[in-house]
Design a protein around this ligand. Structure first.
Ligand SMILES: Nc1ncnc2c1ncn2[C@@H]1O[C@H](COP(=O)(O)OP(=O)(O)OP(=O)(O)O)[C@@H](O)[C@H]1O
Length: 349
């Protein structure tokens, strides 16, 4: 879908990236200053890299000879702020740059903005404005949609309301390059994860694989680490959903049905050497320690194989030593399930 090899220097910073993405959502994740926006701008044609080659859907948009302007690259770009035209209606904003014979109805329905078509952007909430901006980009029928921190300008509550719409976008078939430094967003939306640091790709691969890799967790910062499990709701009772995941059945509140993704933060996993009794936590899974990654600080990251699923657990070195833990040992993982996301899309695990 996207084939990028670019080198670009700005001031003291050098971007040097080789990246090939598949269909679906590719998240580019990294700390502030990693070069995420610079990469997105090079792909979109807003920044001209010093050297390199960029192909979108097999078509070269930049190399030594070619440098197509942004509007000829068949790329949609959604920025942090919606950047809507205040004097145009929502409908006219949506249709801006789209083929005249396009009908915005389907896209407006998908994004839940069909009732807003005759309004002006001035009266829209931040979340509504963001959805209009996404709809406008989609209506140009891009070969690639770049979303650069599209939720960063929204508060936590608005982010929460718009994420399900973005989850629906995953099913719309347009490949998405999703730039973010918010791991919760990335864990909910992405199929493929690219870790960018200091202008370079340090890891790239399937999201679930990278998020369950202790070495990648160390690169991302241990407080961000957490494996993602995908599963199906098999029953809902007392407000709790039973979800069948590869790691076992988990019970989670706030989920109604369908296929879901659950991010389990490494900090929310407690490890016990015996099956715990009389515990308030709902989710206890038998597991085997598969790998141990010692950090520079007081923490140790464990990779646990639970059934056919993988979990990460972060313990203090002191607890690790006290419990006499090691690779190959059978343990019990006790989960404080958090960060549960509803996802309509059967991404498979
Ligand atoms: N015009 C410029 N002149 C000098 N340095 C620049 C310029 N533009 C970007 N940089 C530097 O390039 C580096 C990468 O910036 P970039 O905006 O791509 O990072 P980012 O990963 O998107 O960060 P954030 O998450 O904070 O948006 C930063 O160190 C930034 O200061």
């Amino acid at each position: 879908m996207l084939d990028v090899s670019v080198q670009h220097r700005v001031g003291a910073f050098t971007l040097d990236v080789d990246l090939q993405t598949a269909s679906g959502v590719t998240a580019v994740f990294g700390p502030s200053g990693a070069g995420k926006t610079t990469l997105a701008r090079c792909v979109a044609g807003l920044t001209r890299p010093d050297t390199g080659r960029i192909a979108v859907d097999g078509r070269v948009v930049f190399d030594g000879d070619t440098d197509l302007p942004p509007h000829r690259r068949d790329i949609g770009y959604v920025f942090q702020e919606a950047r809507l035209f205040p004097h145009l209606s929502v409908r006219a904003n949506l249709m801006y740059g789209a083929r005249r014979d396009m009908d915005p109805t389907d896209v407006a329905n998908m994004l839940g903005i069909a009732d807003l078509l005759d309004r002006r952007p001035g009266g829209l909430s931040g979340g509504e404005g963001a959805r209009v901006a996404i709809g406008r980009a989609l209506l140009r029928q891009p070969k690639l949609l770049i979303m650069d921190e599209p939720l960063a300008a929204l508060d936590a509550r608005r982010r929460e309301t718009i994420l399900p719409w973005l989850e629906r976008l995953r099913g719309a078939g347009v490949p998405i390059l999703y730039i973010s430094h918010a791991i919760e967003e990335v864990a909910r939306l992405a199929d493929t994860l690219v870790l960018l640091r200091e202008g370079r790709v340090v890891r790239a691969g399937p999201l679930t694989e990278i998020l369950s890799d202790p070495e990648a967790a160390a690169l991302m910062g241990p407080s961000q680490a957490g494996a993602v499990l995908e599963g199906d709701v098999i029953e809902v009772a007392d407000g709790l959903a039973a979800i069948r995941t590869p790691a076992g059945v988990l019970h989670v509140a706030g989920v109604t049905g369908g296929r879901v993704r659950i991010r389990i933060r490494a900090e929310d996993v407690i490890v016990a050497t015996q099956e715990p009794q009389g515990l308030s936590a709902l989710n206890t899974l038998p597991a085997v320690i598969e790998a141990v990654q010692a950090g520079q600080g007081p923490g140790v990251m464990l990779r646990l194989q639970a059934g056919d699923g993988v979990l990460l657990a972060r313990l203090t070195r002191r607890s690790f030593d006290r419990l006499g833990l090691g690779v190959g040992q059978k343990v019990w993982a006790v989960l404080k399930t958090s960060g549960v996301a509803r996802s309509d899309v059967g991404g498979g695990s």
